[in-house]
Write a protein that binds this ligand. Structure first.
Ligand SMILES: [Zn+2]
Length: 283
């Protein structure tokens, strides 16, 4: 009974560890395929030769690179002489090479949990590049040198990080434009139009608000296209300040709403219920 409880505790602890590992790996800024790769590594799920022998796919597990040991994941990615040459080029991971470990998973845990200087993203891309080079051996006459593998890994990481920075700059350049209330005692009118080409019609949305953001009146109206020249000239004779659509969300909503209206919807005493979420969103 005690033994069973111990087994259950260990299983539960192991599940928690793997869950933590998954969360930690997935938060890294490397391509998703490399996160997935590292997850497979830590779950002994790569098709190295020992795993293929275990599944009776092949009979011989000898490493094709060095011919000196069975190809486990740890051998292919860490202890094979070729892999060691690649890792020796990354000085920031020198401490890692001094450790006595039994698996690549232990290395990953060490970097994530113990080390304060080592970068799991660098580790991940180098391991990935070694694995890719190992897979390409079957198809290529000439293979990459340790130096080429190492630099391909760093180039991949740099490229990914550059793209990530560009995306952040783009995201930061989008500054939402909120609705701003008018000065005290002044009414602000927001106006917007929407085209319904298939109906040869347009919608007009108007909302009048005070400095307290309380809507005084709203209007949704569908009008026929094209306007008369006089109508266009009349609108143009007024002075309008053009604002971004994000700051004009309520008027835009009313203009779009006009599409389904047969008669103009003008409210002076109460708001259309469906505009309330829009107002809550923009204020
Ligand atoms: Zn080897």
């Amino acid at each position: 009974m005690l033994k069973n409880e111990e087994d259950q505790d260990q299983a539960s602890s192991s599940t928690n560890n793997m869950s933590q590992l998954w969360t930690a790996l997935w938060s890294q800024k490397v391509p998703n395929k490399i996160k997935q790769f590292l997850w497979w590594v830590c779950n002994n799920a790569l098709p190295v030769k020992t795993n293929l022998v275990h599944r009776k796919v092949i009979l011989d597990a000898t490493c094709d690179e060095c011919l000196g040991a069975s190809e486990t994941i740890t051998h292919a990615l860490w202890t094979c002489p070729f892999a060691k040459q690649v890792w020796s080029l990354e000085k920031s991971l020198a401490e890692l090479r001094q450790l006595t470990v039994h698996s690549v998973t232990e290395l990953v845990w060490y970097i994530l949990e113990v080390s304060t200087t080592m970068d799991i993203e660098i580790f991940a891309v180098i391991a990935w590049a070694i694995w890719q080079r190992r897979n390409s051996l079957k198809f290529q006459v000439t293979s990459e040198s340790p130096d080429q593998v190492y630099h391909r890994a760093l180039d991949l990481l740099q490229e990914f990080r550059n793209a990530h920075v560009s995306q952040n700059i783009l995201a930061q350049s989008y500054i939402p434009c909120a609705w701003h209330p008018p000065p005290t005692g002044v009414m602000k009118i927001n106006f917007d139009g929407a085209m319904f080409k298939e109906e040869n019609a347009a919608g007009i949305g108007v909302i009048v608000r005070s400095d307290t953001d309380d809507p005084i009146a709203t209007l949704s109206k569908k009008i026929a296209l094209p306007h008369s020249v006089e109508a266009i000239e009349a609108i143009e004779s007024y002075s309008f300040v053009h604002i971004k659509r994000q700051g004009n969300a309520a008027a835009h909503f009313l203009a779009r709403k006009a599409k389904d209206l047969l008669i103009a919807n003008m409210r002076l005493d109460s708001l259309p219920q469906d505009i309330i979420p829009v107002l809550a969103f923009v204020s």
